[in-house]
Design a protein around this ligand. Structure first.
Ligand code: CMC
Length: 432
């Protein structure tokens, strides 16, 4: 037991219990109070998990006050500048940056698992042509588990877990691109092993038979950076969902499907789509003041999308990185997007000077800019969150693998503060 402790006293009974304090490498200490119920007969009330550390993890660290994000100890700024998405995937999964040969082997491994079982393609036909791509993604990734039934028995085997991770990482761009092609009614483009991860993804999204997709170095870099920035983010809502689903020993692909469902909402991954809709609605710089009024009005549920974060209360380091590349890309690529960017810049400036946002520590988050990059790349609005999901797959699967490595995985099971009717007797229908 650690020497540092916190004592909790129940003032009703005078009973005191000491609980150990654990220190992480970075970040706040935690009180190990798991026995509270056994000791004092009480639960901890922490709705939305504002102060709950649900697990130990060696993968990602966030300091929300200082605006720090580390993957396996490496600052996100350095990875965005020097690394590639696949290298970051290797890092998140394996814990270390790959050496030369490891890079080659990892890339080969990914390249050779990009195809989908042809039977899976039939699932797409069941969706309406106007289905939201995220609903399709949840369904298809869930269905993917049916093609690998053995995984259920083998999740205790580290090699099988690793294979599951590689398969999912390799197939996600194919699944996502096929969703886009299905919706627009074009034939699926098969993956190409001779292309890099980002090139192959964009080629499957946008090429047509016998006509490869080409995009500029800036566009490619922008997408690579977006994928890196979204790769993992500690115990956020979707990742916690994946861990919770995984704690029941469920199939890894179905756990990730549950994570995708959680990502969909506008308070999480759906924000990038919501930001563009909001900017288009504002339309012109002159309309900003009236919208700012709406965002601040307690009786109006409209929020300034792309602003605020549960953890970052100073700045989102991902937003700083993406803001620069967004500006560069828009200048180079698509001048028609420039007015949207100008509205965004002015909105950002006004909000950052407004007491309401200052007092509540609301700053632009990564989604404030990522949507503009996706739009400039020609990715349809309803595919934005799918792009986020492709990037986050590595985070979900790394966190799932880390959890499964624990000697005994306990099923996650929060408790509650019951506020319903007290126990009462059944009343027959005539007497109600
Ligand atoms: N616009 C206006 N007011 C806001 C906003 C906003 N975007 N965000 C928070 N507030 C206010 C909120 O009304 C509350 O005010 P008061 O204290 O007067 O009641 C206060 O700020 C605290 O808000 P909260 O909802 O308790 O904060 P939270 O930590 O639970 O929520 C959030 C974080 C991201 C859900 C929220 O800031 C939000 O809805 N932002 C807009 C959606 C968005 O951009 N989401 C993407 C998050 S980043 C991507 C990711 O990591 O998934």
């Amino acid at each position: 037991m650690s020497k540092q402790t916190v004592t909790i006293t129940d003032n009703r009974t005078g009973k005191s219990i000491e609980y150990p304090i654990h220190e992480g490498i970075h970040g706040p200490s935690v009180i190990h109070s798991q026995n509270l119920y056994k000791d004092l007969g009480m639960f901890v009330y922490d709705p939305a998990f504002m102060t709950t550390a649900s697990c130990t993890s060696k993968i990602t660290f966030i300091d929300g006050d200082k605006g720090i994000l580390l993957y396996r100890g490496y600052p996100i700024e350095q990875l965005a500048e020097h690394s590639s998405y696949l290298e970051v995937c290797y890092l998140l999964i394996n814990g270390e940056l790959p050496r030369q040969q490891q890079t080659i082997d990892f890339t080969n491994n990914i390249n050779h698992h990009t195809m989908l079982h042809e039977g899976l393609l039939d699932f797409y036909k069941g969706f309406r042509h106007d289905a939201h791509p995220m609903s399709m993604l949840v369904g298809v990734v869930g269905a993917l588990s049916s093609y690998y039934p053995d995984q259920i028995q083998d999740i205790k085997n580290p090699e099988h877990r690793y294979d599951a991770a590689i398969r999912l990482l390799a197939k996600m761009p194919t699944i996502a691109a096929n969703i886009h092609k299905y919706i627009i009614g074009q034939p699926y483009i098969y993956p190409r092993n001779n292309l890099g991860y980002v090139d192959n993804f964009m080629n499957m999204m946008f090429s047509v038979p016998k006509e490869d997709y080409k995009f500029s170095e800036t566009a490619k870099k922008a997408l690579e950076i977006i994928l890196i920035l979204h790769a993992d983010h500690e115990q956020n809502a979707s990742t916690s969902t994946v861990r919770l689903a995984g704690s029941s020993q469920a199939h890894p692909f179905s756990c990730v499907a549950a994570g995708i469902a959680t990502l969909w909402g506008p308070a999480h991954g759906g924000a990038n789509e919501a930001v563009i809709k909001m900017l288009e609605q504002i339309g012109d710089i002159k309309n900003i003041p009236q919208y700012i009024k709406k965002f601040k009005d307690k009786n109006d549920p409209t929020r300034l999308m792309g602003f605020g974060h549960r953890v970052y209360k100073n700045h989102d380091p991902r937003a700083t990185i993406i803001r620069n590349i967004c500006h560069k890309l828009l200048k180079e690529l698509d001048t028609t997007q420039q007015p949207l960017f100008e509205v965004a810049m002015e909105l950002e400036r006004i909000a950052l000077e407004d007491d309401y946002f200052i007092e509540r520590k609301l700053y632009p988050n990564v989604d404030f800019y990522s949507g503009m990059i996706f739009k400039a790349l020609g990715i349809p609005l309803n595919m934005f969150t799918v792009m986020f999901a492709v990037a986050r797959t590595v985070g979900w699967i790394s966190q799932w693998m880390e959890m499964m490595e624990e000697p005994a995985v306990k099923i996650g099971r929060p408790r509650q503060l019951y506020t319903g009717s007290a126990q009462r007797d059944y009343v027959s229908i005539d007497n109600r």
